[in-house]
Design a protein around this ligand. Structure first.
Ligand code: EAX
Length: 328
């Protein structure tokens, strides 16, 4: 009797730990710096939904709201494989792989059609492949959007109005150089930056409309200038070693779920853009919708000659992107 009881107890225990038919799921840790409602999170949540509905092997855990640190720090954690995947703004990537800065080349893209055809086409795929050099598997491009300038000092209409503005830029070599050329006083910082704007440590920042709305920057920034100076992508990546260790069909599945999520998220961004602008105006921001972009282009026209674009790898890739955009 006693033996039987022990057996039953053991069996019950075993069943509890390993219910028949259920396998322990592989946890995928995915990092984004932003909070729910943000562009990165829209893509991350869609990816989770798609992957978990198409496979019972994986569970995606989304780490968000800077819980893993800045985007630079998330990239480091993905390199170390303590985080498996990430949806990260293209800007901070250029510290890891200089070639990525070609996406953020000022005024490269004029519209979303160009963006889609270049990033989903050969140049974009070439760039994703290059990420392998620094330990990342590039899966897809989702989107941050066209970046615009906000500040709390004065209306900015021409590039001369930028002079001396203390501006926060991303932790990116290119972005710092770009704002220096435009005459501002740039300080690289991770995200978020509300407190710094509120306290006046910095006067200005630049980001797509959804960011200015979602992070309530209109509370601490009076002027918005639609500069469209840089198209900002999100690069959806995994740790290369971890990804390569997965079965081939799972790699395919993860890649296709991420691409689908990225396309879904790009639509979301574009459909909401006009509404974000409307809300920002209603919230009291003074908006210059038609700044003198010629004056901005003039100040950065020689950026291609600087060492940041003459560096090996970057120098060869930039003409490919410039040419591909012209084809559109
Ligand atoms: O995605 O750091 C930045 O300016 C990014 O654009 C921000 O994380 C929003």
């Amino acid at each position: 009797m006693r033996k039987l009881l022990t057996t039953i107890t053991l069996l019950t225990f075993a069943l509890f730990i390993h219910p028949i038919g259920a396998h322990a799921k592989t946890i995928i840790k995915l990092g984004v710096v932003t909070k729910p409602g943000s562009a990165q999170n829209v893509c991350a949540e869609k990816f989770k939904e798609l992957l978990e509905s198409r496979s019972d092997k994986y569970e995606v855990k989304i780490y968000h709201s800077a819980s893993l640190g800045t985007e630079t720090e998330i990239l480091q954690q993905i390199q170390m494989n303590t985080v498996h995947m990430g949806i990260i703004t293209s800007g901070p990537f250029d510290v890891f792989l200089p070639e990525v800065r070609v996406i953020d080349y000022p005024f490269l893209f004029a519209n979303y059609e160009q963006v889609d055809s270049v990033l989903d086409g050969k140049p974009g795929q070439l760039l994703l492949k290059k990420l392998e050099k620094v330990g990342f598997k590039g899966l897809a491009f989702s989107e941050n959007g066209f970046r615009h300038l906000t500040n709390n000092k004065r209306p900015v209409h021409t590039a001369d109005d930028v002079k001396g503005l203390k501006i926060r830029v991303m932790e990116s070599v290119l972005h710092k150089e770009l704002w220096r050329l435009l005459g501002a006083n740039p300080t690289p910082m991770g995200w978020p930056i509300y407190t710094e704007l509120q306290q006046g440590t910095i006067d200005a920042q630049e980001n797509p409309l959804w960011v200015i709305w979602t992070y309530k920057l209109y509370e601490v920034q009076k002027y918005l200038t639609l500069t469209h100076h840089v198209y900002s992508a999100h690069i959806d990546i995994a740790n290369l070693k971890w990804f390569s260790s997965l079965p081939k069909e799972d790699q395919q599945l993860i890649k296709s779920c991420m691409l689908e999520a990225a396309h879904y998220q790009r639509r979301w961004n574009r459909e909401n853009e006009a509404n974000f602008l409307k809300k920002l105006k209603e919230a009291g921001m003074i908006v210059d919708e038609h700044p003198d972009l010629k004056s901005f282009r003039e100040k950065v026209k020689d950026i291609q000659k600087l060492s940041i674009f003459q560096a090996k790898g970057v120098k060869e890739l930039l003409p490919i992107f410039l040419e591909a955009v012209k084809q559109q």
